[in-house]
Design a protein around this ligand. Structure first.
Ligand code: MRU
Length: 366
């Protein structure tokens, strides 16, 4: 997507052909900084420290991390070490394991001398595939927005989203934002309520930044505002992303998603989840019971960083020194609260039969 008129993806191979460039998302919206990853360890740290984040981008970064590892040591031991290092970088987004399994399936059977080249080729494919998938999500989600627009001619369609499931969270387009960008491009009047998404504020920092650069009308709201807006008919539909969808249709996403789904259910607001097929985990049968929920540092809750009036970045503490804090990064929304899953192969019911019918090849892999 465009940043100041220039086309960017969130991750790419640099001109040297082997190192990897990525937007440092920790610095947005204050600074646009490009990071260069030159080793498997760089890729693992980038994922762990959230220089890159968002389930599909985590997967893409891990794929390039494997390619970087194969330059360093393409032996069987090197392959195993790279896999083991990257797979634990973050626990919840299944796209990480999916991408690593894809890489390992390509690399394990071939001669170590051929592994580096094959790894870059497969990582490039994973990256291109993500863009194609998101185009599919855009087209399928657009129909939902068009249907609402047709019911209120001339009026704006109001979409609520949580966290950042935008192009920064993927390679390009985003998942939840893909239908919104396409609707905007097609001239539909669309406005986005952007949950700030405490504690890391991916909505306020990243989604608002993206939408602003793309000229999509939006309003940043404190996380607790969604229910009020829904009660007053100010949200036509919610579209969120996800880090893992269980076989039974339960959806894991950024903490707070569940509360939005409850409010949507109570107010009859359609609640959609946009996902690429690598986010489905057929090995998990009950999302609430079995999806591992990442817990992150308490400093994300106690401290806030922002830009001062004179342009300096400053971090301040907002919690009393001795108060304990908890920082669960994700929650699981039960399938019964989800209106539909927007995938590259259509909008599906959130249940095992629909997921299995649309993506039979993923069941075999699980
Ligand atoms: O902790 P993050 O920023 O990686 O969490 C991101 C999300 O929760 C996104 O909604 C999800 O990964 C889907 S991204 C298309």
């Amino acid at each position: 997507m465009k940043v100041d008129g220039k086309h960017f993806r969130s991750i790419w191979r640099e001109r040297d052909g082997w190192s990897v460039g990525a937007i440092d998302q920790r610095r947005l919206p204050h600074e646009f900084v490009i990071a260069r990853l030159t080793s498997c360890e760089d890729a693992a740290v980038a994922i762990r420290d959230m220089l890159v984040r968002g389930a599909p981008l985590i997967g893409a970064t891990a794929a390039y991390g494997m390619a970087l590892a194969m330059r360093e040591d393409a032996s069987d031991a090197g392959l195993k070490r790279a896999y083991d290092t990257l797979v634990v970088a973050r626990p919840t987004a299944i796209n990480l394991k999916w991408a690593l399994d894809e890489m390992r399936a390509t690399l394990a059977p071939i001669d170590p001398l051929e592994r580096a080249e094959a790894a870059y080729a497969r990582a490039d494919e994973i990256v291109e595939q993500d863009v194609e998938i998101n185009r599919g999500i855009a087209g399928n989600g657009l129909k939902l927005i068009e249907a609402i627009a047709a019911r209120k001619p001339g009026e704006t369609v109001n979409v609520l989203t949580h966290c950042n499931a935008g192009w920064l969270a993927t390679v390009d387009w985003g998942t939840a934002t893909a239908p919104i960008y396409l609707a905007h491009e097609r001239g539909l009047k669309v406005h986005v309520w952007v949950d700030e998404t405490r504690p890391r504020n991916q909505g306020a920092s990243l989604t608002a930044w993206e939408l602003g650069h793309h000229g999509v009308p939006h309003t940043v709201i404190p996380d607790n505002t969604g229910g009020h807006l829904m009660q007053h008919g100010m949200v036509d539909l919610a579209i969120v992303g996800t880090d893992r969808v269980a076989a039974n249709g339960d959806v894991c996403n950024k903490i707070g998603t569940y509360l939005k789904a409850l409010a949507a259910h109570d107010n009859g607001v359609p609640f959609y989840v946009a996902l690429p097929s690598p986010t489905i985990d057929f090995a998990v049968h009950d999302g609430i019971r079995d999806i591992p929920i990442e817990q992150r540092s308490g400093t994300e809750v106690t401290d806030m960083t922002g830009r001062t009036a004179d342009g300096r970045l400053e971090t301040v503490r907002i919690v009393p020194e001795n108060s304990p804090v908890a920082n669960y990064a994700f929650d699981v929304t039960p399938a019964r609260l989800v209106t539909g899953l927007i995938t590259e192969r259509g909008v599906l019911k959130p249940d095992r039969a629909s997921l299995a019918a649309a993506f039979p090849e993923r069941i075999v892999a699980a």
